[in-house]
Design a protein around this ligand. Structure first.
Ligand code: DGL
Length: 263
């Protein structure tokens, strides 16, 4: 089977995973779906999230992807089994891989309300590192504010202060960015946290997991320019707005197609 990764997220967040993959593996063929018609996923019920995942994976399957990459923690937390059951190809997720990156004994997790309620991060971290204190914080305002495009807004800063407070009070030593949108906030979060506190981006672990499918990584490091020549980005709403919002993170304006997931 020809290699083609199928990545999906509710919106722009999965691009943080896409970029880490392209940095590590070069211009591998990728089909990316941002389900912008239904963002945010993280404030929806488990059954809605599961039926959305089923629909998205059916669409990716029709695109003949050879591996599905869940570039969305919320579906990873609530619909990994649905995805694996329907994909018909290997599925790579974020949460177990991120848990493996934890080294500290006091860990904060920032995630969507649905991911936090599922307890998936707590369970994965505690299973791999028994005795670790895991402090989870749901961040319902982050995704809508990030999708609105202004990463420097006062609302975003105020929300970040509010969400970090319980983690600071619990004296955690690292913070897992448990939603793929949140790496876009690293400059803001780093500014609000003490310098010793480590931010853990699960996307790094996903890119590493893909070595098993894509072979040895390229030499080099993060934040290299990436090539989108083999990447096909699709969204379910507002293709132009998405292209605009993706430009800063990808370092270039991508071509974005509008698609309908219904067959
Ligand atoms: N970026 C996704 C995640 O990692 C989904 C966020 C949302 O749509 O609420 O959870």
């Amino acid at each position: 089977m020809t290699i083609r990764l199928g990545l999906f997220d509710s919106g722009i967040g999965g691009l943080t995973v896409l970029r880490r993959i392209l940095e590590r593996h070069g211009a591998v063929p990728v089909t990316y779906l941002g389900d912008t018609a239904r963002v945010p996923y993280g404030s929806r019920s488990p059954s809605e999230i599961r039926s959305i995942a089923a629909e998205v994976v059916a669409w990716l399957r029709a695109q003949k992807v050879s591996t599905v990459v869940m570039a969305c923690n919320t579906t990873n937390a609530l619909a990994r089994d649905v995805t694996e059951g329907q994909a018909g190809v290997p599925v790579v997720g974020l949460i177990g891989a991120a848990a493996a990156l934890v080294k500290e004994s006091r860990v904060g997790v920032l995630a969507t309300p649905a991911t936090v309620a599922s307890g998936a991060y707590r369970e994965s971290i505690e299973a791999l590192h028994p005795g670790t204190l895991v402090v989870q914080q749901a961040c319902p305002d982050f995704v809508p504010l990030i999708e609105s495009g202004d990463l420097r807004s006062d609302e975003l800063r105020e929300a970040a202060i509010r969400y970090l407070q319980p983690l600071l009070e619990a004296s955690v030593d690292s913070v897992v960015l448990g939603c793929t949108h949140y790496p876009l906030l690293v400059p803001l979060l780093a500014n609000l946290l003490p310098p010793h506190m480590r931010l853990i981006d699960p996307a790094v672990a996903v890119a590493t997991q893909l070595d098993a499918f894509l072979g040895q990584p390229l030499p080099g490091s993060q934040n290299q320019p990436v090539s989108l020549e083999a990447t096909h980005i699709c969204v379910t709403k507002d293709a132009q707005g998405f292209a605009e919002r993706a430009t800063a993170w990808l370092g270039q304006r991508p071509c974005v197609d509008l698609v309908n997931l219904q067959p």
